[in-house]
Ligand binder design. Structure first.
Ligand code: ARG
Length: 425
């Protein structure tokens, strides 16, 4: 890590504390997310970790600024992912996960956070993990101990006894229990409060069965409307947004009625629910890449046979419903479920979103301004606009003509600090 920082710093002539000075990123093409267009030959002036100004090449003055050469590169806002599990490893699924302690998962989280940032993802929502390790990971990144993206941690995912967010792998006498398991409106309110107490900044709950959990069915709703409403009410009262894991149509509809902020997966969303999501402005965070990993590498990684069977029915249907969601004009977040598959490959989903109905500019918008709105961070991140945090990435080719450019990001700056610069290579 240090090596990366030092070499990046050396390349750019920057001190390690790059964020505390004035820098001019010069001569690149700057993506205007709001208008969906690439501004040719522009400069970005960065001061104290924030964007000070964006303008035509040479128009910003900035004589005393450290210059970072961007000639011919394509600059975009730092990407974000609305659904990751940084403390999970893609090669440890099913019963293999039982051998992983919370401290061990936190160590994996350190490595995974670095890979995620290196991939150009400067902000992520961590939608669940054991023992509040994601809160600690966030803390270690924010204090500068380790490199990683800005994290919005969920702490424990809340779920019913025996549901997708419980641990159903062991017999009764082993008393295995997910940290967020609760039944009944008051019990779930208590779990929301507990999450908040230990540092969660978003609430995740499971509103249907899932693919990777043992003994659950995709179509079955989990929690009643009353319980879901209690979770949403309590979370909103505490200033936290709510993300629901939901594949089946009934659970999705009920969660929308309960007022969630985003539906994760949304695999079998009905036309009526799409209409409701559009009307309410609820985000759909549809992880339409991960199915390829599960079906090709899942078995070797320990994914249960029953989960592989479930995935066969869900994956394709989800992509078709994604296409319907785009057509219906629903708000689309960029959420991948990285952790189920390999961290650092978060950018692979872009090509799928384009294949299934989005224009490249729309897919990029989902991963920048769209997610920023969902996270409640529109004033801070999501576009290359004066006043926002200097989270800036660059690629050598034009992502509007080849979206797959975003699978291999060449330059990463977060809060004005250059984390990686391979543009000169
Ligand atoms: N974590 C999710 C679950 O277990 C993964 C679903 C992946 N499949 C998909 N088609 N998106 O339900």
């Amino acid at each position: 890590m240090l090596r990366t920082l030092v070499s990046a710093a050396a390349l750019c002539g920057l001190a390690l504390s790059a964020s505390a000075e004035t820098q001019l990123l010069t001569g690149g093409h700057v993506f205007d997310v709001e208008r969906g267009v690439m501004l040719k030959d522009h400069d970005i002036l960065v001061e104290d970790g924030r964007i000070k100004a964006v303008g035509r090449k040479g128009s910003l003055g900035a004589s005393g600024a450290a210059r970072i050469e961007m000639q011919g590169a394509y600059l975009l806002p730092g990407l974000s992912d609305s659904h990751v599990h940084l403390t999970s490893r893609a090669d440890l699924h099913g019963y293999r996960r039982l051998a992983v302690s919370t401290p061990r998962s936190a160590i994996s989280g350190v490595a995974n956070a670095e890979k995620t940032l290196r991939a150009g993802f400067t902000t992520v929502r961590n939608l669940g993990g054991p023992g509040f390790a994601d809160v600690d990971l966030k803390d270690a990144i924010d204090t500068g101990e380790i490199p990683g993206p800005r994290i919005i941690p969920a702490g424990h995912s809340i779920g019913i006894t025996g549901g997708h967010c419980d641990n159903n792998l062991l017999p009764y006498e082993d008393k295995a229990l997910g940290g967020g398991v609760a039944d009944g409106p008051w019990a779930v309110r208590q779990k929301v409060r507990e999450n908040k107490k230990y540092g969660a900044e978003v609430i995740k709950f499971c509103g249907t069965g899932g693919v990777l959990s043992k003994g659950t069915t995709i179509g079955a709703q989990q929690f009643t409307l009353e319980e879901m409403k209690a979770i949403v009410d309590e979370a909103h009262e505490l200033g936290l947004k709510v993300a629901v894991h939901a594949h089946g149509a009934k659970g999705i509809q009920t969660a929308l009625e309960a007022g969630v902020d985003s539906v994760e997966h949304a695999s079998l969303i009905s036309d009526d629910s799409l209409k409701l999501a559009v009307k309410q402005g609820t985000f759909l965070s549809m992880d339409i890449y991960v199915s390829d990993f599960i079906l090709s590498e899942g078995e070797a990684a320990g994914i249960l046979p029953e989960s592989l069977e479930k995935e066969k029915t869900v994956g394709k249907a989800q992509r078709e419903r994604f296409q319907a969601a785009v057509k219906a004009g629903a708000k689309i977040a960029y959420g991948t479920d990285a952790g189920v598959y390999t961290h650092g490959l978060n950018g692979r989903q872009f090509a799928y979103m384009v294949q299934w109905g989005m224009r490249p500019a729309e897919a990029i918008r989902a991963a920048t301004l769209g997610n920023a709105e969902l996270f409640g961070l529109k004033a801070e991140i999501g576009s290359l606009t004066a006043g926002k945090r200097a989270d800036i990435i660059a690629v050598k080719g034009d992502p509007l003509t080849n979206i797959r450019e975003l699978e291999d990001v060449d330059f990463v700056m977060k809060d004005g600090a250059v984390f990686h610069n391979g543009l000169a290579d």
